[in-house]
Design a protein around this ligand. Structure first.
Ligand SMILES: Nc1nc2c(c(=O)[nH]1)N[C@H]1C(S)=C(S)[C@@H](COP(=O)(O)O)O[C@H]1N2
Ligand SMILES: [Mo]
Length: 386
């Protein structure tokens, strides 16, 4: 354990010099494993992940090592802002409280006895690729659980209820105006968003019991939302009559941006919520002298991906349509014919079925963003062809 007290927050506060030092701790790039027999991975020259431990971010995805569409549980990233609670499922209960006609308290067995529903969903931390050492905050899993909307309907939301708050078991202290508050990790949604039939009270991940780092015994899975909305180690769901302004809604995970309004610059602060269209080159491989660029695209139903090598034209990548799911990443490939020896850049951009195009890094929506959240700009990686 290199640095037992180093938290993500410390890292962010520490700034550039420390980050450069931390980069030296990284060693995972040496272990890039071939995807298929005979395939040789040509490693990226640029670094996207660093294994800093123990800390708030664990087990980052190593892009070069991705060898399945489903990310195995033991290779799935994990994030905890306060602590990693160990919960005894025998004594644990989920409370449904607040402005409901019939408050509920359910054991894990009672939740598992309800109708089961599954969704394959690529969960990405909204901070992913927004920081130099954090590019592996993403994974794709098949989540199993029971419908949140059905449970809320059973509890019966009162007419004055407008907001649903999800509280984790993990707690920490937040200070606002010198008032120190001990509070649970919490995020909220409007009633309408909470009632989306895709939302799961999830107890299963890739067919196994939800692992402890990913929220055992129960977590919210909100397909189409960034990681932060998917509250782990759930303990209480509460319906309220005002918008909820907890730390992770209103102070952290807030995107600060300069926007143009009729020629004047206005500053905006928005809470991180729905996932955004994004793609990334996964790795470059060589087999029998043939070079292929492999990648992934996610964040919205994907219509296409284009790839630009150096300053060349955008070329259409081939989508792998064998794996389906509007909330899951799509893999793609591009044959790289006759690459010249030397260093190259590879940039990917995705288009969704609604026609939106993933923004360039220079697009004002990205360039005028002052915080690292929601960094869905086009990703460029560097590679050297021998
Ligand atoms: N209770 C609780 N839930 C949480 C968090 C947390 O710190 N506490 N982190 C969130 C963040 S920032 C992300 S990106 C996702 C990550 O999910 P994973 O750890 O299963 O990959 O969990 C979210 N749910
Ligand atoms: Mo996150």
């Amino acid at each position: 354990m290199q640095n037992p007290t180093l938290s993500r927050r410390d890292l962010l506060a520490a700034g550039g010099a420390t980050l450069a030092g931390l980069a030296l701790l990284n060693s995972r790039f040496a272990y890039a494993a071939p995807l298929q027999a005979g395939e040789e991975v040509i490693p990226w020259l640029d670094q996207m992940t660093e294994n800093l431990e123990p800390q708030a971010i664990v087990n980052q995805l190593v892009w070069e090592e991705v060898d399945s569409w489903i990310t195995p549980n033991d290779k799935f990233f994990g994030i905890a802002h306060y602590e990693w609670p160990e919960i005894d499922a025998k004594t644990w209960q989920l409370e449904v409280t607040g402005l409901v006609k019939k408050p509920l308290a359910l054991t894990l067995d009672q939740i598992k006895a309800r109708k089961k529903q599954e969704v394959t969903f690529t969960i990405e931390c909204s901070g992913n690729t927004g920081l130099p050492f954090f590019g592996g905050g993403i994974g794709n899993a098949k989540w199993g659980g029971t419908s949140l909307a059905t449970l809320l309907k059973e509890a019966g939301v009162q007419d004055k209820g407008i907001e649903v708050v999800f509280y984790g078991t993990d707690e920490g202290e937040q200070t606002v105006r010198e008032i120190a508050m001990k509070q649970n990790f919490a995020r909220s949604m409007s009633i309408q968003d909470a009632m989306n039939p895709n939302n799961l009270l999830c107890y299963e991940m890739n067919g196994a019991a939800l692992p402890q780092p990913n929220g055992f015994p129960l977590r919210l899975i909100a397909p189409g939302w960034y990681g932060i909305a998917n509250v782990k180690w759930l303990k209480r769901i509460e319906v309220r009559n005002t918008r909820f302004m907890g730390h992770f809604m209103a102070r952290d995970y807030v995107t600060i941006r300069k926007e143009d309004h009729n020629g004047t610059t206005v500053w905006t602060e928005t809470s991180v919520g729905r996932a955004l269209l994004k793609s990334a080159p996964v790795r470059v491989v060589r087999q029998d002298g043939k070079v292929t660029i492999q990648g992934a695209a996610w964040g919205a139903p994907i219509k296409g991906v284009e790839v630009k090598i150096d300053n060349g034209n955008w070329q259409a990548a081939k989508l792998d349509n064998t794996q389906k799911g509007d909330f899951a990443w799509k893999f793609w490939t591009l044959d790289w014919t006759m690459p010249k020896a030397g260093e190259h850049t590879i940039t990917a951009r995705a288009t969704d079925t609604a026609g939106n195009v993933q923004p360039a890094m220079t697009d004002p929506v990205i360039a005028n963003k002052q915080t690292y959240w929601e960094s869905n700009g086009q990703i460029t990686r560097r590679v050297k062809i021998a």
